[in-house]
Design a protein around this ligand. Structure first.
Ligand code: SAM
Length: 247
């Protein structure tokens, strides 16, 4: 079972667009992740609910983070909170695992542990958080690593004042876009790879549409508006799915 109803929105959107379902997704960032429904979905999609694939010695040697071969086991139901301690990022090496991606979740709130998810309790909008996240990506995946997918379901507390909600949504979208400019993976020159994906929740309003036209559309190959059925029809939220970060 999932911790949030939001999980079904993500499942529905991925079912149609397959941004998590591609097999080559290595780094996923989940911004505004608590209580953890989206992170649970991502962990499943990236295979963290199954034992790691058995690999030959040669493949293990090639793995940049050196898979330790530790026995896989599901965390016990009464597992202590393995919440990520941002001041102690040693021990992250190899957390990428073999064939299973690195998932980094950020929220103001503390999140109960999910196997495969590094949960960071921090304010995404605070200036120091970007360096903290970069540090985690580098420790887990190496200095050149970028995010394949950035998910943002972040929402400021609604005040009931539409003007405030629009301003808050625009501030979050702007900040997440600026972050993505630095940390999303551009298209690889081989194959039909499209480049990194950004999925971002927003308050539906002409100002956010303008943001899409001015910032998202010029920088991504494909931008579309999604309104999953699992999202209440009366709610003013929607998602921009942006595929193919141009770099
Ligand atoms: N996707 C989540 C799930 O499936 O469980 C639900 C996310 S909930 C709709 C929005 C979250 O954004 C809240 O947990 C809130 O604490 C978080 N949030 C809002 N502003 C934030 C900020 N500045 N930094 C980090 N998290 C923030």
């Amino acid at each position: 079972s999932y911790r949030s109803r939001s999980a079904f929105k993500l499942l529905e959107m991925d079912e149609k667009w397959h941004f998590l379902d591609k097999g080559d997704v290595q780094v996923v960032l989940d911004l505004g992740a608590a209580p953890g429904g989206w992170s649970q979905v991502v962990a499943q999609k990236l295979g963290w609910d199954r034992p790691p694939p058995a690999l030959g010695k040669a493949a293990r040697m090639r793995e940049p983070n050196g898979w330790e071969g530790a026995a896989w086991s599901a965390p016990p139901a009464d597992a202590p909170d393995a919440g990520f301690d941002p001041l102690n990022i040693s021990g992250l090496e190899g957390r990428g695992g073999v064939g299973r991606g690195t998932i980094i979740a950020v929220d103001l709130l503390r999140m109960a542990p999910i196997l495969g998810v590094l949960a960071l309790q921090a304010d995404f909008l605070a200036p120091e958080t970007e360096a903290l996240m970069r540090g985690v990506i580098v420790r887990a995946r190496g200095p050149d690593a970028r995010a394949d997918v950035v998910l943002c379901d972040m929402a400021a507390n609604s005040t009931g004042n539409a003007f405030h909600d629009i301003e808050a949504s625009l501030a979050i979208c702007t900040s997440v876009f600026e972050f993505s400019r630095q940390h999303l993976r551009p298209a690889r020159s081989i194959g039909r790879d499209l480049g990194g994906v950004l999925l971002i929740k927003h308050f539906v309003h002409p100002l956010l549409h303008m943001f899409r036209r001015e910032h998202l559309e010029p920088r991504f190959n494909d931008v579309r508006f999604l309104k999953p059925n699992a999202s209440r029809t009366e709610s003013k939220e929607g998602y921009f799915l942006c595929r193919g970060w141009k770099g």
